[in-house]
Write a protein that binds this ligand. Sequence first.
Ligand SMILES: Nc1nc2c(ncn2[C@@H]2O[C@H](COP(=O)(O)OP(=O)(O)OP(=O)(O)O)[C@@H](O)[C@H]2O)c(=O)[nH]1
Ligand SMILES: [Mg+2]
Length: 324
Amino acid sequence: MPRPVDVPDLAERARRGEQLAVARLLSLVEDGAEAALREVAGALVTHTGRAHVVGVTGAPGVGKSTTTSAVVGALRAQGRRVGVLAVDPSSPFSGGALLGDRVRMGEHATDDGVFIRSMATRGHLGGLARATPQALRVLAAAGCDVVLVETVGVGQSEIEVVGLADTTVVLVAPGMGDGVQAAKAGILEIADVFVVNKADRDGARQTARDLRNMLSLAEPSAGDAWKPEVVRTVAARGEGVDDVVSALDAHREWLDRSGERRRRSRVRAEAEIRAIALDAVRSRMEDLRGAAGLPQLAERVLDGELDPYGAADELTGRLGGPGR
Ligand SMILES: Nc1nc2c(ncn2[C@@H]2O[C@H](COP(=O)(O)OP(=O)(O)OP(=O)(O)O)[C@@H](O)[C@H]2O)c(=O)[nH]1
Ligand SMILES: [Mg+2]
């Protein structure tokens, strides 16, 4: 028998920034048991949090973890509390493929003001999609000023970091081509901040220039619209990292000023509610399949008493109230 978990107590301790309590809440969330997810969400409901959620994405090996770690260092130097979620939709193991991240984050592993977590699918992408917003909530409740979310790849996973983040940082490396590549990959639309990392290599200036050119072509830039910033870094040596932090802060200020932050949060909440509701409807459907007469409805369709749309209407009509 697993030991019963006192979620409200954990939530209280997480709010005080206790590492262990935060870690246990994140585990509950990652395990994905519905009852636990409900309880955690309930315990944190009044804690809407002011964490600035920053998505960090880009092709494998471009330097996301190195950059994230360097940004964490810069934020810590300013006394800000920071969360890091490394989300790997391609890995069924938490901490497996991302072991390297933990090593690279090593310098922050013993820092009380940094909360680090690797999250993986454990074989179920939907579970990760459901768990990640909750994990962000836990980190916000723990008083994180900024939460960095690292995901691999752009636009290729269902875990759209773009949907989760207030600010999306796209990393590219020099020599990624004439920029048509970038446009193809769809990254021009999603990036609030571009980081051209590995600027110690040839072609970084050119890549930054290409990006700026393409952005100036793509931008209708009406009124107070945000113009994506392009920053060059050598993350491995910490160069340019303060510029990344400045760009993040500038974007956050713009989000607040323009009302866009509230709008993005609302879109996020809508998606989350919708996903939870769909799950509930789906499982209610499963419950009803035997009990509420799906076989009988099918018989009536076969006998020509009902068409399938009418039958579906009857079925959904029976879904009614709460599932439990
Ligand atoms: N030359 C150079 N190498 C760098 C720089 N930043 C990171 N690297 C190296 O690039 C490699 C990949 O860096 P990571 O930070 O693991 O990249 P990542 O994007 O997190 O990789 P995945 O999580 O596997 O997709 C490592 O060997 C880093 O040391 C840089 O500015 N210049
Ligand atoms: Mg990484």
